[in-house]
Design a protein around this ligand. Structure first.
Ligand code: IMP
Ligand code: MG
Length: 188
């Protein structure tokens, strides 16, 4: 068996750019004047999407980052999640918008929503560029979704496989589900 990784383009850079613009317009409409959202990106995968999104949003926003580690114990995430980098700016009374690259099982987002809700934001919503809905093990509401995709492992536009491919301006499917997801190592 070859261990070469084959990439197949799933969403071109143009498709991603167009959809990010549409999402930005949708998000703009959902926050009234005077209620500029506070965007919280989940590192590392969310950094490219956040950068494009803030430039497409035609209004002032503030941003912050969290980093999370999730440990899998088999074919699925165990749901054991820890914050490896917390918010720098308090979110009490802010209109918080979580910016995710991809929602898979939903464990990470569900945990983040609980953790942020406990800090009493004025509102709390989520935008995810990608949604692997068929993999969901926890119900989570996502207000804005870029693309719903099949259960395939994807890379590019911030998303990695073993820290590779984040720089790609498009989203591609890796030929095989990588073993790294099942080893019990941090997945991001
Ligand atoms: P969840 O907790 O299972 O929803 O995991 C979400 C996180 O797993 C994402 O934020 C990614 O970091 C990672 N992830 C899930 N699917 C993929 C994928 O296809 N490619 C790269 N990372 C992924
Ligand atoms: Mg992520």
């Amino acid at each position: 068996m070859s261990d070469e990784l084959t990439l197949t383009v799933l969403l071109t850079a143009d498709q991603v750019r167009d959809r990010v613009r549409e999402l930005a317009a949708e998000i703009n409409r959902s926050y009234p004047v005077g209620r500029d959202p506070h965007l919280v990106s989940v590192l590392k995968g969310g950094f490219v999407f956040l950068a494009d999104l803030v430039r497409a949003l035609d209004r002032p926003v503030t941003i912050d980052f969290v980093a999370v580690a999730s440990y899998g114990t088999g074919t699925r995430s165990s749901g054991v999640i820890t914050l490896t980098k917390d918010l720098e700016i308090g979110i009490a009374d802010r209109d918080v918008l979580i910016v995710e690259d991809i929602v898979d099982t939903g464990q990470t987002l569900s945990w983040l929503l609980d953790s942020f809700e406990a800090r009493h934001p004025r509102s709390l919503r989520t935008v995810s560029l990608l949604d692997k809905r068929s993999r969901r093990t926890v119900e989570v509401g996502i207000e804005h979704v870029g693309f719903t995709i099949e259960d395939r492992f994807v890379v590019g536009y911030g998303l990695d496989y073993a820290e590779q491919f984040r720089h790609l301006p498009y989203i591609a499917v890796l030929d095989q589900p990588p073993a790294v997801r099942d080893t019990g190592s941090p997945r991001r």
